[in-house]
Ligand binder design. Structure first.
Ligand code: GLU
Length: 478
């Protein structure tokens, strides 16, 4: 069943791509067209412009905040700082946030923000000014708040920007007890949560590990089950790419290729991600790394090198109908949002590949943002109340077992058993459980209907069904 609102179908836009996937998936659901239309549409699009002082003059900054779906409150999603940002992109990313949250059972609607600047062209003071002014504009229109809309980092923004947002919001809302829940991805010292920085990359690595653990699916791809020895190429050495590569290597994969704007490097025996990162930091380029066997000045050539798994973790539209035929990978794990065009996906799946879709694959960030928001609302760090209690209880059990069996544990064995969970361990455990469960939920939807050819369409079906239930719970639809 195709629904009417959304982007014009003739012109291919990013939001149009998302709507195209949605319409395809909607055929496998039984919801009325009006409800599907409501789920698909962007509920609120706020476009604004504000001046900042730059040098001797003023500069007008273009900015957006899109709340795609209010089926749950607050809405949630990052703020992108990029020269390339535009309304269509922010709408698409907000829509993906809605589906993403539904897939990983995070009780938020989707939103996204955009500030059209290249952060590299602005001083620290100017960036702070832009971020604070952006926040003021959101406050003025009721587009931010712990129960309204909760931004987070995205491409071009990070903990620093989030702390400016939190401070501005708090200043404008004196005495609001939950004010710090107005934004996530804050520094730990300023009410953030352990594990948020690396959460998206860790989630990507867990998603890939789960995918390759299914022996039946790997047999079809001609791969052995398990991550050990799998060759991986990662595009993007930002927060998501860096951490995806790091955790995939930790789980036993070999990072054979890394790609950035300026080019790509490859070594079939493996690249040390930290060495490459430090080399780029020192020299300003990924190229010239001494541990590389080959290097490519054209970054996209890096994606076309021999590997089993490709992790695009940079920007949208990287794998297209033009280059997909040259991709060697059997699995594409979308760390970025929208890196594969619909046409490319169709061809890749026909070539016999699996795509782990963005809206599931990179959902680790928002999952841990949810934990941070819960922490901010409860005003207590996870583990603070029960860590010592748990340790004492475990100590008592070990003492009793030792006394009754006569077996004495070594101090190391004892501390492994006795130790209570830290905040980081609880966060990572919640994240791992979420990623594993959600993978199988999506795969089960796909397996239940042979007409569903991709995990992406299965993920959409899963999300649409869950959002439809929320609307019926609200009494909006029967
Ligand atoms: N910007 C991230 C995303 O696209 C994180 C969003 C969040 O934590 O709210 O998923």
């Amino acid at each position: 069943m195709s629904t009417k609102s959304g982007a014009a179908s003739e012109e291919l836009t990013f939001f149009g791509d998302v709507c195209q996937f949605f319409d395809h998936a909607a055929q496998f659901t039984n919801h009325p067209a009006g409800l599907l239309d409501q789920i698909k549409s962007c509920n609120s699009v706020y476009r604004f412009r504000f001046p900042i002082r730059k040098g001797d003059g003023l500069e007008v900054i273009d900015a957006w905040r899109v709340e795609h779906s209010h089926h749950k409150s607050p809405t949630k999603g990052g703020i992108r700082y990029s020269e390339m940002v535009n309304e269509d992109e922010v709408m698409a990313l907000a829509a993906l946030m809605t589906y993403k949250c539904a897939i990983v059972n995070v009780p938020f609607g989707g939103a996204k923000g955009g500030i059209k600047i290249n952060p590299k062209n602005y001083s620290l003071a100017e960036l702070e000014n832009i971020t604070r002014r952006y926040t003021v504009e959101l406050v003025k229109k009721n587009f931010i708040g712990p129960g309204i809309d909760v931004p987070a980092p995205d491409y071009g923004s990070g903990e620093r920007e989030m702390s400016w947002i939190a401070d501005t919001y708090q200043t404008m809302n004196p005495g609001q007890l939950d004010a710090l829940g107005c934004v996530t991805g804050k520094p730990i010292a300023l009410h953030g949560i352990a594990g948020r920085r690396e959460a998206t990359g860790r989630g990507v690595a867990i998603a890939v590990r789960e995918c390759v653990s299914v022996a039946d699916d790997m047999k079809v791809l001609g791969l052995t089950p398990g991550l050990a020895g799998k060759r991986v190429i990662v595009q993007g050495l930002g927060n998501v790419g860096y951490h995806s590569a790091k955790f995939l290597a930790e789980f036993g994969a070999i990072i054979v290729g890394l790609c950035e704007f300026e080019g790509a490097i490859y070594n079939e025996k493996g690249l040390d991600i930290d060495e490459v990162f430090n080399h780029r930091k020192a020299s300003g380029s990924i190229l010239g790394f001494k541990g590389a066997q080959k290097e490519f000045k054209k970054s996209l050539e890096g994606l076309e090198q021999p590997c089993d798994i490709l992790v695009p973790a940079a920007l949208e539209n990287q794998i297209t109908e033009e280059n997909v035929v040259r991709i060697h990978a059997k699995i594409i794990a979308e760390g970025a949002n929208g890196p594969t065009t619909p046409g490319a996906e169709e061809m890749f799946v026909k070539q016999g590949g699996i795509i782990i879709p963005d809206m599931y694959c990179n959902a680790g960030g928002v999952t841990v943002s949810y934990f941070e928001w819960l922490k901010n609302l409860s005003h207590v760090a996870f583990g603070r109340m029960d860590k010592r209690y748990e340790e004492t209880a475990n100590e008592n059990i070990v003492n009793m077992v030792e006394a009754s069996t006569g077996v004495k544990l070594s101090p190391e064995q004892r501390s492994v058993i006795v130790k209570g969970a830290t905040e980081l361990e609880l966060v990572n455990s919640g994240l791992e459980d979420t990623m594993i469960r959600s993978y199988h939920e999506i795969r089960d939807v796909k397996m239940a209907n042979p007409k569903i050819k991709t995990l992406r369409i299965a993920a959409f079906v899963n999300a649409i069904d869950k959002i439809a239930v929320s609307y019926s719970n609200m009494g909006v639809w029967p």
